[in-house]
Design a protein around this ligand. Structure first.
Ligand SMILES: [Zn+2]
Ligand SMILES: [Zn+2]
Length: 140
């Protein structure tokens, strides 16, 4: 597939995903409280890229190192964002050393959703976007 490019809201950070997300790539929705805060919204809308395929074309993202004890995995997560405009960009989890989870807003949120996790943090006025069998109360 063709490469895709995206940027933060102010344009200081520009990135390219070599080969795009792949033919049948889908998005994941995470309702956990961290994702609510770090998206400033109801949930994170996430894709996954192999680390070697993410190229920073411009700028230098800031990284917030989330302490291991704050992560469910018990491992460290570095969450990258634009230091100028604050757009959340991607996360590097020690528990997934070959991939980044990346915010799809940078790429127009164009992947369809496959699953929703940590649904237990959603509100009773929310409705799942995906079929019920792909909605999970928690995740590991
Ligand atoms: Zn920015
Ligand atoms: Zn989350």
């Amino acid at each position: 597939m063709a490469d895709i490019e995206g940027s933060c809201n102010c344009g200081a950070i520009k990135v390219r995903v070599i080969g795009g997300f792949g033919e049948n790539a889908k998005a994941g929705i995470c309702h956990c409280k961290t994702c609510q805060l770090l998206s400033g919204s109801l949930f994170s809308y996430l894709g996954f890229v192999s680390r070697e395929n993410l190229k920073i074309l411009q700028g230098e993202p800031k990284g917030y190192k989330q302490p291991a004890e704050a992560a469910r995995s018990g491992k460290e997560v570095i969450r990258y964002f634009c230091g100028d405009c604050g757009t959340p960009l991607w996360a590097a989890a020690e528990s997934a050393p070959e991939t980044y989870s990346i915010k799809l807003a940078m790429f127009g949120n164009s992947l369809p959703p496959a699953m929703e996790i940590f649904w237990k943090h959603a509100h009773d006025w929310q409705k799942p976007i995906v079929p019920a069998e792909m909605v999970f109360e928690e995740w590991y």
